[in-house]
Design a protein around this ligand. Structure first.
Ligand code: SAM
Ligand code: SF4
Length: 526
């Protein structure tokens, strides 16, 4: 992307050009000043286009450029020498992986990581906007960090991630949290060196949020969290526009990485000794649909993954609508393609699914499950469910309960619907009382726990293969890892097994984990 395009895309941008070096006093003055409503209103009017769902729906056709030339500008390569950074991550795997990229960039700028806020020269909050309580947590943390910022005026405090893509959030931070130095979004992470430099020198808050998605930048550095499992982005954004969801606005349009870049990254991870990769996208089954020059789908990509010498390949998240027969056929080949499929259903009622704009019915979903189970008889299915969608009736909720039983989900992430500003569902009147929603969530969780407990019980006295990740958080004498079906296993074994796939005999099942004993044999799985 050239500088002109970048400027055009910078939809929220304050004057952030370095003038002279700012002093601690400049910082304190800024923190004490409150930005007037009038100034903010004027600023947003001039610079920012709030999410517009109708415009967003038309964005598919615009071209995405691929860049392979990222580098840290010379004058910033050592700007962090002798300094430390801390990134606090909220939300999904996508955010965790973005944190790895930001850590990679900061490391190349000379910074070292720390887990102690008091020790940090830069603190970034990588935020999640999916539900209101996720946002409340972040605002709580912004408040907690104010005394530290007053004590250490040169500390750079930044807010990034999905919340920064929301106008109301940026507005609130500018108005009420002047101790935040830097706000940037999900599309301009590669601009971090420039943004940090601006924050160091600018006397004003530095705000750079692109309301339009950027291009794909391929060679960003990464500091991965661990040497056993790795995240690999295969695509960015989402064009599904489920009516409750903010993601298409915070993450932009669907854009796929080229297969050769993904394959090379996974091969490289395998060569470095990684044992598992998880391919990431908001809707991985839409992978490749945006390629104008070739036919290459998610099924084709998984087929190519199958040929790579890495023991385990997972993917998340699947949208049922795009889960095609070719993908089912490829997954049935097994090998390193694991038979655990996370397939968010959201509701068991066709009427609610229609209002959610999920574009499949209860029957379509059950038919897909039948197909998967026929092709992969041992497949384990897990899901995401929202209860209390506006005006969900008791009967509609009951349909979700019966679907959970019929499919036999072994685990589920369950949520109470949370209205998100700018989404169509948030404009609907809702006649379901909060207490009823809480009751529904409770009933659903009871059912899911029961099913999870039963599936765990079926492992007792059986031997499973476990990728050993490290010591258990509760007891350093116990090791912990995950089975192919993503069940957490705690067991006693030698520390030398960390990073290897071993066999464990299960001695006791709990609701969400298994206890066992290692069988004296390291398994080689390819
Ligand atoms: N792309 C994935 C899909 O379609 O299944 C999900 C991505 S989203 C980060 C993860 C989950 O958050 C969703 O599956 C949904 O259950 C939940 N979610 C999203 N928006 C929500 C909202 N407004 N209120 C409650 N839960 C929500
Ligand atoms: Fe949100 Fe997933 Fe729907 Fe996309 S497919 S809008 S990320 S819930």
């Amino acid at each position: 992307m050239n500088e002109q395009q970048r400027k055009e895309q910078a939809q929220i941008k304050q004057d952030n050009h370095p003038t002279d070096v700012k002093s601690g006093k400049d910082n304190i003055d800024r923190i004490k000043s409150t930005t007037s409503d009038e100034m903010i209103a004027k600023y947003f009017q001039a610079n920012y286009q709030p999410p517009d769902i109708n415009k967003a729906r038309k964005r598919r056709k615009e071209d995405v450029q691929f860049h392979y030339d990222f580098s840290i500008p010379e004058d910033m390569a050592n700007i962090g020498k002798g300094k430390k950074f801390l990134i606090r991550t909220y939300g999904c795997q996508m955010n965790e992986h973005d944190t790895e990229v930001m850590a990679g960039i900061l490391t190349e700028m000379g910074y070292e990581s720390t887990s102690d806020t008091n020790d940090a020269d830069i603190i970034l909050l990588n935020t999640c906007a999916i539900r209101e309580n996720a946002e409340n947590k972040v605002f709580g943390e912004i408040g907690h960090l104010k005394p530290l910022k007053l004590e250490k005026p040169d500390l750079i405090l930044g807010v990034c991630g999905c919340m920064s893509q929301e106008e109301s959030v940026v507005n609130r931070i500018m108005k009420k949290h002047q101790h935040v130095d830097l706000i940037f979004g999900t599309h301009n992470i590669h601009r971090l060196p420039h943004l940090v430099k601006d924050a160091m020198f600018s006397k004003a808050q530095v705000v750079e949020v692109w309301s339009k998605e950027g291009d794909i930048i391929e060679n960003l550095p990464k500091v991965r969290n661990g040497k056993i499992k790795a995240w690999v982005n295969i695509m960015y954004g989402c064009d599904k526009f489920c009516t409750y969801c903010i993601v298409p606005m915070t993450r932009g349009k669907e854009r796929s990485r080229r297969p050769e870049d993904i394959i090379q990254e996974v091969r490289h991870l395998a060569a470095q000794g990684y044992k598992e990769v998880t391919l990431l996208g908001q809707n991985v089954n839409a992978y490749g649909k945006d390629f104008g020059d070739m036919e290459y789908t998610f099924g084709d990509l998984m087929d190519d993954m199958h040929k790579i010498d890495i023991p385990r390949v997972r993917f998340t998240t699947s949208h049922p609508r795009d889960f095609d027969d070719h993908l089912v056929e490829v997954l049935a080949k097994g090998g390193n393609l694991l038979d655990h499929i996370h397939l968010p259903v959201q509701s068991g009622s066709s009427e609610v699914l229609k209002r959610m704009n999920r574009k499949y019915t209860r029957e379509d979903y059950l038919e897909l499950v039948r197909k998967i189970k026929k092709a992969i008889p041992n497949a384990t299915l897990t899901t995401d469910i929202i209860v209390g969608f506006p005006n969900e009736t008791e009967e509609q909720f009951e349909e979700t309960m019966t679907l959970v039983e019929e499919v036999g989900f072994e685990a589920a992430y369950t949520f109470i619907y949370s209205p998100r500003e700018g989404t169509p569902a948030a404009r609907k009147k809702d006649d379901v009382p909060e207490e009823v929603k809480k009751q529904r969530l409770y009933r659903l969780n009871e059912l899911v726990n029961k099913q999870s407990g039963e599936s765990m019980k079926s492992y007792e006295n059986k031997t499973v293969t476990v990728l050993v990740e490290g010591e258990s958080k509760k007891d350093p004498d116990v090791l912990a890892g995950y089975t192919e079906k993503n069940k957490l296993v705690n067991f006693k074994g030698p520390k030398s097994s960390i990073g290897h796939i071993v066999e464990v005999k299960i001695t006791e099942a709990k609701t969400w984990s298994l206890n066992g004993e290692m069988v004296e044999k390291t398994v080689e799985v390819n």
